[in-house]
Design a protein around this ligand. Structure first.
Ligand code: ADP
Length: 244
């Protein structure tokens, strides 16, 4: 099956510090892939490159059939609006807007009518069990609730891929567990591919497959997961010459 995310030889430096040194990564439709590794290994930089937020120096990145390095900023924005949902450690909700308005925003930005955007936003708030908080502003809800609203906003456009960077990093373990259960349920129901950066093994356990990043390189899967066993991990990309 065609990959939803396909990265080859991705390099990114900050000044003369190489954060990514030639990353290969592939995610298929509906796959949930955890990206783990030590702090400073390049996980967030990789996710930002894959989401088109940061431009890679070298290499090729294709997301939902669009080659990021071959298109201009306008097309990249359009791709981000339509095909990529982003969920960060701190939800970055707009403080002045209610939960409903925050979730409706991505739909309004791509030209949907107010009525339709509000209706869909309400459905997604319900899916994340925060429908009763629709009229609250971010400061009027708990951290866990705010992160659910952010998750609803990331998925409301039904993107091909959700890119999540330590989505539970600011939550206690119960709230984190609940968020991950809801995110993976929603993603699996829609065949959404998820790339999940985390240092937390309990969060990574929600994924179908895990790839480890070390010193700016994907160094392979750490272990087999799920019923597919080794054949699942065998599909995972491994940097040439690196230990599996
Ligand atoms: P991780 O997500 O695995 O903790 P990062 O991708 O955040 O790692 O960082 C990888 C490396 O790149 C680190 O050495 C970090 O200090 C550096 N880095 C990341 N972002 C920037 C930036 N905007 N400017 C300078 N250096 C950066």
């Amino acid at each position: 099956m065609t990959a939803v995310v396909h990265a080859t030889g991705v390099q990114k430096s900050f000044g003369n510090h190489p954060a990514l040194r030639g990353v290969d990564l592939l995610a298929r439709p509906g796959e949930i892939v955890a990206i783990t590794g030590p702090s400073g290994s390049g996980k967030s930089t990789l996710l930002h490159c894959l989401a088109g937020i940061v431009r890679a120096d070298r290499g090729s990145i294709t997301v939902a059939g669009h080659q990021l390095d071959a298109i201009g900023e306008e097309e990249r924005s359009k791709l981000r609006r339509n095909e990529i949902g982003v969920l960060m450690q701190f939800g970055h909700l707009v403080a002045e807007l209610t939960a409903l308005q925050n979730v409706a925003l991505p739909l309004l930005l791509r030209g949907e009518s107010r009525a339709s955007a509000a209706q869909r936003a309400r459905t997604w708030l319900d899916r994340f069990a925060v429908g009763d908080l629709a009229d609250r502003r971010p400061t009027q809800v708990s951290g866990g609730q705010a992160q659910r609203v952010a998750a609803a906003r990331a998925l409301v456009t039904e993107p091909a891929v959700l890119m999540a960077d330590e989505p539970t990093g600011a939550l206690d373990s119960l709230a984190g567990e609940e968020l991950m259960a809801q995110v993976t349920l929603a993603a699996r129901a829609r065949g959404t591919t998820v790339l999940l950066v985390t240092h937390d093994a309990r969060v990574a356990a929600h994924a179908d497959r895990e790839v480890v990043v070390r010193d700016g390189l994907v160094v392979g899967p750490p272990r087999a997961r799920g019923a597919g066993g080794p054949s699942v991990t065998a599909e995972g990309p491994v940097a040439p010459g690196s230990p599996a």
